[in-house]
Design a binder for this molecule. Structure first.
Ligand code: ZN
Length: 247
């Protein structure tokens, strides 16, 4: 949904209120509806509400993308070992501050041929409330760390928590990034139940799916072990996100 939809909705509300002679309750109803739509739009990356995020690949073949957010961490080397054993390339959306903590792991991700994306410098919990200039700084500083530690530049960006809003949209545009979402969520940061995470991922899988995972726990590693078996069984190949972006 684009900005003109807001304006149309706003006009519609005004006409609606007018026809009800300015009833306070009608006004309140419209206001709440309007707010709910905006909040929902900010948090669900699949809607592409403020930013056109790429959420899948258009493809006719059975292929999916594994994406890992919030690393590198102490668990990342295990993930890399497993991917290497299976000869699979993934995409890692790294946090600048985590790269500073685990520079060698970051270099190893690159050396082993995986794709890297920017996931901001600090992955602030206030991401949804930062100003445009602060957001630009978050993205640029992550770029600087990547260049310094890995001699790497990326135009891929994944919004922390999948949150987008007009400020974030402006920051993405100003830093010339492509916003990358997902269409299969694992909820691996929310639930502790490995079987549940596995079911959630495998159930929603389609040709061209982008799967969101996190290289931040043993639990997700265990899920990945089973997921790779599943992909092999169902004859899914994998792609990295840079293969979708035409530049
Ligand atoms: Zn994240």
């Amino acid at each position: 949904m684009k900005h003109y939809s807001f304006i149309l909705f706003y006009l519609f509300c005004n006409v609606f209120i007018y026809s009800f002679q300015g009833s306070f309750w009608v006004y309140l109803f419209c206001f709440l509806m309007f707010s709910a739509v905006i909040v929902w739009g900010s948090f669900d990356i699949r809607l592409g509400y403020f930013v056109n995020s790429i959420t899948h690949k258009r493809t006719k073949i059975k292929e999916v993308a594994l994406t890992f957010d919030d690393g590198p961490t102490e668990f990342t080397p295990k993930f890399l070992d497993l991917l290497k054993e299976n000869n699979i390339k993934a995409t890692f959306f790294c946090i600048g501050k985590q790269i500073e903590k685990h520079p060698e792991t970051f270099q190893r991700i690159i050396a082993e041929g995986h794709t890297i994306g920017n996931h901001t410098l600090s992955h602030s919990n206030n991401t949804g409330f930062l100003s445009t200039s602060k957001m630009i700084e978050e993205i640029k500083k992550c770029d600087e760390v990547m260049l310094k530690v890995g001699n790497l530049k990326t135009n891929l960006y994944r919004p922390p928590f999948g949150v987008t809003n007009p400020n974030i949209a402006k920051a993405i545009k100003k830093t010339h990034k492509k916003s990358i979402g997902w269409n299969v969520r694992s909820l691996d940061t929310i639930t502790e139940d490995e079987k549940k995470i596995y079911r959630k991922v495998t159930k929603g899988l389609k040709k061209g799916s982008i799967i969101l995972l996190h290289d931040t726990s043993e639990k997700t590693y265990n899920v990945l072990v089973d997921l790779l078996v599943f992909l092999k069984d169902k004859k899914y190949s994998t792609f990295t996100i840079d293969s979708i972006i035409k530049n």
